[in-house]
Design a protein around this ligand. Sequence first.
Ligand code: TMP
Ligand code: ZN
Length: 406
Amino acid sequence: MHKCRVCSNNIEKFMSFGKMPIANAFLKKEEFKDEYFFELAPSFCNKCFTFQIIDQPDPNKMFHENYTFFTRSSKFMVKHFNLFANDIYDRFLKNLNQPMVIEIGSNDGAYLEFFSKKNISHLGIEPSANVAKVAKSYGVNSLVSFMNLETSKKILNKYRKADAITAANVICHIPNINEFAESISNILDDNGVFVFEEPYLGSMIEKNSYDQIYDEHVYIFSALSIQSIFSNFGMELFDLQHQSTHGGSMRYFLCKKGKKIINKSVDNILLKEKEQNLNKDDVFLKFKQNIEKSKIDLKNLLNQIKKNNKLVAGYAATSKSTTILNYCDIDEDLMPCIFDTTPTKINKYSPGKHIPIKDHKYFQEAKLDYAFLFAWNHYEEIKKKEQKFISKNGKWITHVPEIKVY
Ligand code: TMP
Ligand code: ZN
């Protein structure tokens, strides 16, 4: 029996992915012997409707001075964040005198650069020093820290309350979500907005994209869960927007209670979530069955490819790939390598299964029959980039919403 991180209700795991390494801990051979593992087990609280993992490694093991994720590595994401910044500016800031913007998890500054270029007061809160250093080179100010009550006091000592606080793909990383919500409420101006987007529970269930579940994602949120978490700290949802990023995300708009007109999207999406049973345990039992089937189908397919002496490799060593490879027990024998563009991953090995990561520049000459698309959420971008692979009869394999070759 465990306690829900949000409401302390008793919760149980509904399945286990088994022994799992840190999703982004790509490693060298000499580091294999000290590799860290934990049990990855998801759970759903039927009182506050929050989907969460039971055990989580120490955050310092994940977000440190050598964090390997750089937002700017995807052109698509850079464009997405520029549009996001534009929307926030147009809708909430452009008529204000000297607005103040804060971003939680500002990474390499791909979002805040928009405000820096406009000479708007801004601050990024970012625990990983290496990515914050890159942000600085784009004129983006960061405070290297986790966002918590202590950080909120530091911010208020130096800056005024924020008119807009934003975040993308970061709130779901924060285990102590109650302290986080209180910190946000402290640094948000009474008329300010808190807008963030995260992988969406409704999409994960619909697409069976269980690879969204890994150490960094302590939570996969829904509007129902966000409403119950933030209402305890005097905040409410006033708008919701579906996003296509990360294979289906939701953008949540929150304000201090009673300060904004509530858009009808809020009622509409809450109703849809209830229709999808995102407030009931049963839906997660079905989810578990779908995941188990996906594992069997994938193993069968890879075994068949091997038997036919065909060549397969992974495409993009995503964080999500760590869950698939370890849960499905896929090693170098079934997948000889993964091609990736990130310099800090190339020539290292995948966490847990130790599949070699090769430079993407060798992808074409590898003469693959199949590429397993771990970055399935970037399919449109990749399809354009890899027309040569297709024209030479290369085939993609995906696992969402089910194992498919195309
Ligand atoms: P993420 O899903 O954990 O953000 O990881 C994305 C990884 O995918 C990152 O290592 C870069 C890699 N990648 C490629 O190698 N090629 C691509 O076309 C894309 C979109 C990503
Ligand atoms: Zn709960």
